[in-house]
Design a binder for this molecule. Structure first.
Ligand code: ACO
Length: 329
């Protein structure tokens, strides 16, 4: 059987750093509140004119270089995002033009789970023989969608992009994947206006309906229930158990979520990767950015078993178990 293995990893972050103290000049909040409730100290913001496709293109070029491939070697591009440059065309098409790809390109939209959904699509394409080299990007600029007068949401998010090259290989690679969604509670986390239900109007803008709105406590409860469950299902699909995990790499939404999940899975906290302090919640980008951090800091070894776990609006969730096969940097 043909498997999908990660052969390239890349990241791209906007230059502008925004600290908690910077945010405290915009809304009534404090460094102490943000750090103790979320673990976040600073995050990156896109600059005026910088877009999700710019971030995605930067991460893609880094991943291609890491894999030692040219754009012409890629035969499918999948971009996971929920802050597309525009409703149409897809962000994938815009990235494609920016980096000179010629292959089919499309977006996958599953909020903060988008990267796991995109990995599922790429892995399926490779295992079925329909593609041999797939570029997968997680890119988001959610700071363009948040209301900077709403302290409950604007302190959480940062911008960035990460990318993997997945290639056909004789051994895995990607092992088991578990995906799920429950569309019965869209209001828990949504951007209500700007789509076909509620097209942008003076009224929607006056009512702030084009901003991201979130019931933080419901998302918290959903996350700490869902991450352990989907991780265990994906491990079972891989014939592995929690004891086989080298790293749990969850979507970086809140340090308190990561700590609770570690306790519920009885995992030592140091095996649950976190870089939320410096990046905040980068949505679809957070998982590939986390893998890139581990890889470039020399903390991944051939044979390591990683659980990449996402959750977010939809509601959506998913986990991909990966055996790390790249040589050390
Ligand atoms: N600074 C100061 N005070 C604040 C802030 C802030 N930034 N935000 C909220 N508060 C206040 C509230 O107004 C409230 O005050 P009140 O009691 O006087 O009304 C108080 O703090 C407590 O508010 P809660 O909402 O109960 O705070 P909580 O402890 O639940 O923490 C948080 C909020 C951090 C958002 C938490 O619920 C959380 O992290 N939830 C998960 C969110 C998440 O993961 N979102 C991303 C999902 S992924 C995706 O798809 C985008």
């Amino acid at each position: 059987m043909t498997h999908a293995a990660i052969t390239g990893v890349g990241a791209f972050l906007p230059e502008r750093i925004v600290t908690n103290d910077d945010l405290a000049t915009m809304v009534e909040t404090s460094d102490e509140w943000i750090r103790t409730r979320t673990g976040i100290r600073e995050r990156r913001f896109v600059s005026e004119g910088e877009t999700t496709s710019d971030l995605g293109a930067g991460a893609a070029l880094a991943a291609l270089a890491d894999a030692g491939l040219e754009p012409s070697d890629i035969d499918l591009l999948v971009v996971g995002t929920s802050s597309p440059d525009m409703i149409m065309p897809s962000t994938a098409c815009l990235v494609q033009a920016k980096i000179g790809l010629t292959c089919p390109a499309f977006d996958v939209m599953a909020a903060c789970t988008s990267f796991i959904y995109a990995i599922h699509t790429a892995t399926t394409a490779i295992e079925s023989g329909r593609a041999r080299r797939v570029l997968v990007i997680g890119a988001d600029a959610l700071t363009r969608l948040v209301d900077f007068s709403d302290r409950r949401t604007c302190v959480l998010f940062g911008d960035g992009a990460g990318a993997f090259v997945l290639e056909a290989s004789e051994g895995p690679g990607v092992l088991g994947i578990d995906l799920g969604s429950d569309g019965s509670r869209p209001e828990v986390l949504q951007v209500a206006a700007g789509g076909a239900t509620m097209p942008a109007s003076i009224q929607t803008v006056e009512d702030g309906l084009h901003f991201l709105s979130m019931n933080g406590q419901e998302v918290f409860k959903f996350a700490v229930r869902t991450i352990p469950a989907t991780t265990k299902k994906a491990l079972a699909a891989s014939d592995l158990s929690i004891d086989d995990l080298t790293w749990l790499i969850p979507h970086q939404a809140n340090q308190r979520i990561l700590d609770t999940v570690a306790d519920r899975l009885k995992l030592p906290h140091e095996r649950v990767f976190s870089n939320i302090e410096l990046l905040g919640n980068t949505s679809a980008a957070s998982i590939p950015l986390a893998v890139n951090d581990l890889y470039t800091s020399g903390n991944l070894r051939q044979g390591d078993v990683l659980a990449l776990v996402g959750f977010g609006a939809g509601l959506t969730w998913g986990a991909a178990i990966v055996r790390w096969t790249k040589e050390d940097l």
